[in-house]
Ligand binder design. Structure first.
Ligand code: ADP
Ligand code: MG
Length: 265
């Protein structure tokens, strides 16, 4: 199996002891100023996510799913409240610190892949390592190739992204998200632009990554995929209104009744 190489140890002087949860949102409010006045997209979100969880964020279009995960990645900032990821107060990071923190702590996967079109596939995957100055030149190339191999797109390493299909580009984007071995992957409708077979393959990769110890938070419109995660959070009108935890672990540990027992009933 692929070796992720870098230990997921404590990171850059963060106060890991102060917060036990991998992710903690406290009373997060997000208001957008619009021409029509202030619009409240998140209305006081309290949420904790533990290491090793595979969480789906579900809900109608416009309910606040992207806004919610943008609070976790620091792509957007809360108007009120606090966001902690592995003990880092994300809402307090300045732009420079934010980019550095995000580069090592989070892998982000978007619906439309967002690969740089003028760089080759392998260059796209090496970019986060260069940006964060992790590994040496030789290791970066080897690591990028290993990740592309793992995602089954290594044969396309030296092509430009637009020579690849949507599913292949998304697998490259996942390789890029894993480049710096972040403990947390955050994905906004990662299968939203893929056919169902390709979506399933991408989802299976996520399941494998969770089995290997990553934590994944994924926005999805796909009920079928949402039913296969360990926890689904339903967002409605800027609030988390429902939560489903899968019974599959429980069911998996129940003894299967003997045929005789069933026949005797
Ligand atoms: P979802 O991802 O669930 O479709 P979003 O989080 O993107 O929803 O958006 C939630 C609400 O916030 C929507 O009504 C959207 O129009 C509004 N919104 C999102 N981003 C902005 C913005 N930058 N300015 C103003 N309103 C926004
Ligand atoms: Mg969205």
């Amino acid at each position: 199996m692929f070796n992720f190489g870098r230990k997921n140890g404590k990171s850059n002087g963060n106060n890991d002891n102060a917060h036990h949860h991998l992710i903690e949102l406290r009373q997060v409010v997000k208001r957008y100023e619009t021409a029509a006045g202030a619009f409240t997209a998140l209305k006081g979100i309290d949420l904790t996510i533990e290491a090793g969880e595979f969480v789906a964020i579900i809900g109608k279009s416009g309910s606040g799913k992207s806004t919610l995960i943008n609070m976790i990645t620091g792509i957007d900032r809360p108007s009120e409240g606090e966001v902690f990821v592995r003990g880092t107060a994300v809402h307090e990071l300045d732009e420079g610190k934010m980019a550095e923190w995000r580069g090592t702590e989070i892998g982000i996967i978007f619906q439309f892949f967002q690969l740089l079109p003028t760089l080759t596939v392998i260059e796209n995957v090496m970019l986060p390592m260069e940006f964060c100055n992790l590994y040496n030149r030789k290791q970066r190339r080897e690591r990028a190739l290993d990740l592309l191999e793992m995602m089954d797109v290594a044969e396309h390493a030296h092509k430009l992204p637009n020579a690849l299909s949507g599913g292949q580009q998304q697998r490259v984007a996942i390789a890029r998200a894993l480049a710096n071995d972040p403990p947390l992957l955050v994905a906004d409708e990662p299968t939203g632009n893929l056919d169902s077979r390709t979506a399933n393959a991408v989802f299976a990769l996520f399941e494998q990554l969770v089995a290997e110890g990553k934590t994944i938070v994924m926005v999805t419109h796909d009920d079928d995929l949402a039913s296969r995660v360990t926890r689904a959070l339903m967002v409605h009108d800027g609030q988390i209104v429902d939560e489903l935890r899968q019974a599959q672990d429980y069911i998996a540990h129940q003894p299967i009744p003997e045929v005789e027992e069933i026949a005797a009933k």
